[in-house]
Design a protein around this ligand. Structure first.
Ligand code: ATP
Ligand code: MG
Length: 260
């Protein structure tokens, strides 16, 4: 059974795109069929996958507004996963969606029509609780929340949790918090252990045991249009995202067993 994961946090620069690209690549090296959907007009996941956002004939914008078919939009990425790319055109989707019917269900319909071809669909959300993020959360089975263990990190989460609860109540009752991922992790920072404690208190087992350290290779790889495993597969960043994919697959198997 396939799984659709939205990588979301309305706070900017917490590692959503780094996680989306490297999780997609790490899941595909373990022989999963993976689709990455870029839902951010910044197009960072597109560029980081080795696809030029400025040279696109079609993008997620055309799909959301019924101007192209999935087969016209999908690309093969450097990381050996499929990619639905995005660029600045997506800014106008935000406005155009408002006048369309079922505006919150647009991405969900696209995902549902194509999910049988994939084991995992990863959605990179923009840093806002906008219509684009709502579409992503409505389409998803689970939310992965990347966060930095810093002072204001938890404070910002309450707005995201409220949005998730509203979506569970109104449209997508089976949406789950898939996991909390600690990114740019620095155990020497005094605040880290305090925030760790709060995170485990609040989210319990939903906090991934895997942490992603601050690693320069992760920051360099996107400028080569590659996920880190294709850029420096022995780096700490590459190893961390492979470990995350492993932890996710184990959890996925365990929950499948419970359901059977
Ligand atoms: P936005 O909210 O703008 O979409 P984001 O949440 O997607 O940002 P990223 O773009 O993934 O965040 O990361 C922000 C910056 O931090 C980028 O320059 C990225 O290369 C860098 N970065 C992310 N994770 C790490 C890490 N573990 N170690 C070092 N640098 C990192
Ligand atoms: Mg991003």
């Amino acid at each position: 059974m396939s799984k659709v994961l939205a990588i979301a946090n309305q706070k900017g620069g917490v590692g959503k795109t780094t996680t989306s690209v490297n999780l997609a690549a790490s899941l595909s090296v373990t022989r999963n069929r993976v689709l990455l959907i870029d839902m951010d007009p910044q197009g960072n996941a597109t560029m980081g996958s080795g696809v030029d956002k400025n040279g696109l004939e079609y993008s997620i914008y055309d799909l959301l507004t019924d101007q192209a078919d999935f087969a016209n939009v999908v690309k093969r990425s450097e990381g050996e996963y499929d990619l639905i790319p995005a660029n600045g055109d997506l800014v106008s989707a935000e406005v155009e969606l408002i006048s369309l019917e079922n505006r919150e269900l647009r991405l969900r319909n696209i995902v549902e029509a194509n999910r049988e071809h994939y084991d995992f669909i990863v959605i990179d959300c923009p840093p806002a609780l906008s219509m684009l993020t709502i579409n992503s959360l409505v389409a998803a089975d689970g939310v992965v929340i990347p966060m930095q263990c810093e002072y204001y990190a938890l404070e910002g989460l309450s707005a995201l949790m409220d949005t998730i609860r509203a979506i569970q109540d109104r449209i997508n009752p089976t949406l789950k918090i898939e996991g909390i991922l600690r990114t740019m992790y620095d155990p020497r920072n005094k605040l880290t252990s305090e925030v760790n404690g709060q995170l485990f208190n609040y989210f319990g087992d939903a906090v991934y045991r895997t942490v992603v350290p601050r690693n320069i290779r992760l920051a360099e790889a996107p400028s080569y249009g590659k996920p880190v495993i294709k850029y420096d597969r022995k780096s700490r960043g590459a190893i961390a995202y492979l470990a995350l994919a492993g932890e996710m697959l184990r959890r996925h198997d365990e929950s499948a067993r419970v359901i059977q």
